[in-house]
Design a protein around this ligand. Structure first.
Ligand SMILES: NC(=O)c1ccc[n+]([C@@H]2O[C@H](COP(=O)([O-])OP(=O)(O)OC[C@H]3O[C@@H](n4cnc5c(N)ncnc54)[C@H](O)[C@@H]3O)[C@@H](O)[C@H]2O)c1
Length: 378
């Protein structure tokens, strides 16, 4: 017999975060299944969802204290910030992006509180895919040529090249380093703008796939230090999109290579959230997205999807909703026991750190998830 759950949706209070963890469409799916949905006042405003849109979907609009104290399952987009730590409590399941391997105070606050915390970013299928990260990679990839094209304009300090060219004038050259989700999406948009596109990849299988899906419209080259160096010299826009899972991005672009690049060319380092793939990359924000090194404009915004919350919110809830439904129907513990992908997402279970890399990163005790479940700590 399916149970009804009380699901809270908190308003994001982190600076420059406009996304919300549930759309009115998602709220309706949940209320139709008999669940109670509590949405914090104005939670959807940054993504252009007014409170009454949620009310029409059967949700209740409530103040912040009610959302946190009454919910059994709390949905957020970003990790709780320090002022929210006091709201973490036993009996609550939190489902959000957490990234706690890099955040010791939050890890300790979660463990001390007795909460169960499931991180979007570590939900992982048996084939190694990260279904709750993928849409943000798609968005960042699609934004990258757009940001690059903007900063290539002369009044923005760029070289003054139109990526699409015109009849009789050659298009701009775009080099994408890394042909994964970000790289593929960046290539699609750069092609759409009319640019000449090259992708440097390390995996031959991935290149075969890209050749097929992009119908031979891009040049695909094996990535090596020499190839990167040679490709950069005549590029107008370079997009960094490499990922080595669980590791910092490799520094494929050196300061010396920048000397050889054209003055006013643009480097969009999407991989900046893993440290960036150039020696000269450091994280920037949407307020001040670029800086220039050796004549090359660097765009290194670590949360690119935050610029387009209306798209990002919908893309995020499209992929989180099936998991939310499973947790709501079965309860967190049973849902995790049934779905190994969701189980990978559990970072903290009833106050015990169940994700080894997180425990290791902060010198905390690690309890394997099965042991935590078997111990009946939930
Ligand atoms: N800045 C942002 O807002 C933002 C948003 C989303 C994702 N990202 C980041 O973008 C990066 C790429 O993410 P993704 O989802 O596309 O990952 P992915 O795993 O789908 O793709 C990475 C690709 O890089 C390739 N690669 C690895 N080493 C390489 C090398 N030396 N040369 C060329 N290619 C190499 C891999 O073979 C793989 O195809 C990650 O660091 C991710 O965290 C950033």
């Amino acid at each position: 017999m399916p149970r009804a759950m009380r699901i809270g949706v908190a308003r994001e209070i982190k600076s420059q975060e406009y996304r919300v963890a549930l759309t009115p469409a998602g709220a309706r799916e949940l209320t139709q299944r008999g669940h109670e949905v509590l949405v914090e006042t104005d939670a959807g405003l940054g993504s252009a969802f007014a409170d009454d849109a949620y009310e029409r979907a059967g949700a209740s609009i409530v103040p912040v204290d009610d959302v946190w104290t009454r919910a059994e399952l709390l949905l957020k987009v970003k990790e709780p910030i320090a002022s929210e730590y006091k709201r973490l409590r036993e009996g609550l399941t939190l489902f959000t992006y957490l990234h706690i391997a890099a955040d010791e105070p939050l890890t300790r606050a979660l463990a001390d509180s007795g909460i169960t915390a499931i991180a979007y970013e570590t939900v992982e299928t048996d084939r190694g895919a990260l279904p709750l990260l993928a849409p943000m990679s798609e968005i960042a990839g699609r934004l990258a040529p757009q940001a690059g094209a903007h900063h290539l304009e002369k009044p923005k300090g760029g070289r003054g090249t139109l990526l699409g060219g015109v009849a009789g004038v050659a298009p701009g050259r775009v080099v994408v380093i890394g042909g994964g989700i970000v790289g593929y999406n960046a290539a699609v948009i750069a092609l759409g703008l009319g640019a000449q596109v090259t992708i440097l990849e390390r995996s031959v299988d991935r290149m075969r796939h890209l050749e097929e899906v992009l119908s031979g419209r891009v040049s695909l080259l094996m990535s090596s230090s020499l190839q990167v160096e040679e490709s950069l010299t005549d590029a107008d826009l370079v997009i960094g999109a490499v990922l080595i899972p669980g590791a910092l991005a490799p520094k494929l672009v050196t300061r010396d290579m920048l000397h050889e690049m054209k003055e006013g060319s643009v480097f969009v380092d999407v991989a900046i959230d893993q440290g960036g793939c150039a020696e000269t990359s450091h994280p920037t924000t949407h307020d001040e997205p670029v800086y220039t090194v050796e004549g090359v404009i660097h765009y290194c915004v670590a949360n690119m999807p935050g610029a387009v919350p209306i798209t990002s919110t919908r893309a995020l809830t499209n992929v989180t909703l099936p998991y939310v439904e499973a947790i709501a129907e079965d309860g967190a513990i049973q849902a995790v026991q049934r779905d190994p992908a969701l189980a990978q997402g559990v970072n903290v279970l009833a106050g015990r750190v169940t994700y080894e890399a997180v425990a290791e990163a902060h010198g905390l005790d690690y309890t394997p998830l099965e042991d935590a479940l078997a111990a009946g700590v939930a």
